[in-house]
Design a protein around this ligand. Sequence first.
Ligand code: SAM
Length: 287
Amino acid sequence: MNEHTLSAVGTTSDAHADYPLGSSDLEHRRLMLQARILRPSTDRFLRLGGLRPGMSVLDLGSGMGDVSMLAAEIVGPRGRVLGIDRDPVTTDKARRRAWHEGLDTNVEFEVTELDDFDTAERFDAVVGRYVLPYQKDHAATLRRFARFLRPGGILAFHEFDFLVQNPTWPPCPLWDDSYQRLTKVYEATGTPPDFGRRLYRTFLDAGLPGPTVECQGPVGTGSDSPLFPWLAYSLRVLEPALAKAGLSLPEGLVADDTLPDQLEKAVLEQNSQILATLQYGAWTRVP
Ligand SMILES: C[S@@+](CC[C@H](N)C(=O)[O-])C[C@H]1O[C@@H](n2cnc3c(N)ncnc32)[C@H](O)[C@@H]1O
């Protein structure tokens, strides 16, 4: 069994009804793999946003804890991070990972719906990655969490944009068609697949100062790209949402443990270069 095998698909806790990615062992592994791909962008966005040693940080939708742990590295031992997420299984795993990394003295996690979270504490920064698009009212969520900031506090978010058409060249139709399934299933579940490009307007709609926005586009080349297992895991965890939307995998792909290898083979046959999901960072300070 190598890192790319997909045998651990079993669901470990009930998914929230309108959250397409669910909560399974495979989704937890997918989040950790994705975090490795996204870390350089998130690190850059948080630092440009103004995160500094000694700050207190609230991380929305903390998942497996990767953004909370990254923020904890930036704010250091004099700072502190609180990650919040509604999924108790994921949050328990995040706690254990932080303990393993020796970060448990300044990182805590709380299980809560974003809408139910409350505290008298005021933070230096509220951050989040891949969480705003899943909220029913994006601007209202931002507005609500800006209230937990001290004056001059920072809001910094990292979000995706999947709407890159034909991301391979030379064209690899199997990859492009598979990638477009992500767009289609997100549209079908009411989650904007292009949320990154909506960040500036969402901040304004929340009554916040217009954020600085930056975009990066990771590129995959050659064998062993983490994009192969990333797309395969994503398609697998989205299988129930795909089925509900009446969608299936592109013809020629089999949804089994070899899916990363099937995608890799098709891309390598063309020696294609892959443009991955666009990564947007947006940050601002409240008055
Ligand atoms: C795509 S994951 C991203 C996790 C993490 N931020 C990262 O980048 O690795 C989104 C996370 O947000 C959580 N989430 C989404 N909507 C939420 C809500 N309304 N309340 C609490 N947690 C939520 C999910 O449970 C999931 O763990």
